[in-house]
Ligand binder design. Structure first.
Ligand SMILES: [Zn+2]
Length: 72
């Protein structure tokens, strides 16, 4: 079973959904069991995946990096 990289707790399956910059992202990932109860601040893999896709999208627009930093 996958474990949280931050606290070592087992990870639960999670369906992620996010809408950013008029684009929708759906993904399935894992979330730390302790994060569910607020005891861990590890970000879910789904959130990281969404963020990666979002950054790729920003890059595709050729936005200067210093502006991307302001957005994120
Ligand atoms: Zn954790």
């Amino acid at each position: 079973m996958a474990k949280c990289a931050r606290c070592g707790s087992p990870l639960s399956g999670k369906h992620g959904y996010s809408k950013r910059a008029n684009k929708e992202y759906r993904s399935q990932g894992y979330i730390c069991n302790r994060k569910v109860v607020g005891a861990c601040n590890q970000r879910s893999m789904a959130e990281r995946y969404i963020e990666t896709q979002f950054i790729k999208y920003l890059n595709s627009l050729n936005i200067p990096p210093h502006i991307v930093d302001d957005v994120t």
